[in-house]
Design a protein around this ligand. Structure first.
Ligand SMILES: N[C@@H](CCC(=O)N[C@@H](CS)C(=O)NCC(=O)O)C(=O)O
Length: 213
């Protein structure tokens, strides 16, 4: 069976890296995670460029193939592991789940900017710009709508790539203490309870303890 290597950034900070790490854990295939320390004054880019021409993490390696970009990695895993059910079975639901993933991938710049991921810390909420408030409201609106419609544990019933894409936002909301409506709060708790999230948390805590994250 193929063994995967996922190259990620400092786990406490790298929101983009968390997404495919959750998808990979759901595939049931053997894998290892290699961490490149971020924010190392030029050294990080140099280290990443050894693995990917894009100079960004995450990067997935398998069978001589290198895939960069979190969403491309998730798509590759979904295609290679159909039994993992990383996209919903129903075509219409799958289309909407893809729209959710794409909206997260290309949007929410103010939320990213004002509420950077800091997986294990709890930080005061900054003075939010109107656009950031709109970003937060939009995320909550999408979660509430999907959870109400699919009535399952996750956004589209069973765990999917849409959940992988929003898991870093779950972390950001927890770090900065965003108050959520009940369904979204329960959803956030289910995301936190995923074994892969807990594994990521332990690794992040170790980075923080070492002064690396
Ligand atoms: N669109 C890319 C963005 C990846 C990205 O920006 N990664 C950051 C870390 S979270 C990075 O590699 N930064 C390089 C650096 O800090 O030197 C993806 O989805 O993978």
């Amino acid at each position: 069976m193929t063994s995967y290597t996922l190259i990620v950034g400092t786990q406490n900070w790298s929101s983009w890296s968390l997404r495919p790490a959750l998808a990979l854990a759901a595939c049931g295939a053997p894998y290892q995670i290699k961490v490149i320390r971020l924010r190392q004054q030029g050294l990080s880019t140099e280290a990443i460029l050894k693995h990917s021409p894009a100079g960004r993490v995450p990067v997935l390696q398998f069978d001589g193939v290198t895939v960069w970009d979190s969403l491309a990695i998730c798509e590759t895993l979904a295609e290679r592991h159909p039994d993992a059910g990383l996209w919903p079975d129903d075509a219409g639901t799958r289309a909407i789940a893809r729209a959710y993933a794409a909206e997260m991938h290309s949007g929410f710049p103010d939320l990213r900017d004002q509420m950077p991921m800091d997986f294990v810390r709890r930080l005061p909420m900054p003075e939010l710009r109107d656009n950031t408030k709109r970003n937060i409201a939009r995320v909550i609106e999408t979660w509430e709508s999907a959870l109400a419609k699919h009535g399952g544990e996750f956004l589209f019933g069973r765990f999917s790539i849409a959940d992988c894409m929003y898991a870093p936002v779950v972390s950001r909301f927890t770090t900065y203490g965003v108050t959520l409506p009940s369904a979204s709060q329960k959803y956030a708790e289910r995301i936190w309870a995923l074994p892969a999230m807990q594994t990521w948390k332990k690794a992040s805590q170790k980075e923080v303890d070492r002064g690396e994250g």
